[in-house]
Design a protein around this ligand. Sequence first.
Ligand SMILES: *Cc1c(COP(=O)(O)O)cnc(C)c1O
Length: 222
Amino acid sequence: MGVNIAAYKDIVKELQAQKVTLVAVSKFKSAEDIMELYELGQRDFGENFVQELLLKQEALPKDIRWHFIGHLQSNKVKYIAPFVHLIHGVDSKKLLAEINKQALKLDKEIHCLLQIHIAEEETKFGFGSHELSELHGLNELPGIKIDGLMGMASFTDDEQKIKKEFGELKKAFDQANRLSTFNHQLSTLSMGMSSDYQLAIQSGSTMVRIGSLLFGSRNQPA
Ligand SMILES: *Cc1c(COP(=O)(O)O)cnc(C)c1O
C-alpha cells in the first residue's frame, strides 16, 4: 500500500476538466506520503486534527495550503490561525466568534466554510440550512470571510439518498447567493469524499476532499 500515483493523476485530470478543486486529505498519513503528491504539484491538503496539522505544517514546505476539515474546538483556533488556508467545518456561532477574535489579533482575515447539516445521522455537526438566512450578523465579523458551504452526506450505499442530500446543500448554496445572505457571492461548495465525489460534482460541488483513494485506507478510525 501507499500513495496511489495513478489514481491521483486520473483524479486530477477528471477534476481539472470540471474546474473542481482537489483537497488531498492526509490525516494519519506521513510527511513522506504528502511529499509524494507535493512533488507532483499538489498544494491543497486537508487535516482533521490540530496537533497533527501543527507538526506537519512545521515540517513541510510553506507553500502548502492547509485546509482544516475536522471538528474544530474553539480553544484550538489560535494554534492554526496564523497559517490555515481555509477552515471547512465551522459549525457554531461560538466558533465563528473565536475565529474572528484570533484573526483580528493577527490583523488578517480567515477564510471559512459554514458546515451545513445534511445527513440524517445525529452525530454530524453543522448549521441547519434554514438557519443560514438568520446569520446576517456574520457580516459584522471583520476577521471572517465566508467563502462558502461544506457538508457531508450520510454514510450509505444508497445513491439516491446521497444525491438528495447533496442537492439540498446545493440548494442552500444557491439560495444564499440569490438572497445575498453574506453580502457577497459564495464561491466554494465543499462536498464529496472518496466514495461519493462524482455524485457531489454532478450536484454542483466546487471542491472535493479525497483521502483514501489517494493515500490508501487508514488504519485509525477517521
Ligand atoms: C477523512 C475525511 C475526508 C476524506 O475521506 P475519504 O473517504 O478518505 O476520502 C473528507 N472529508 C472529511 C470531513 C473527512 O473527515
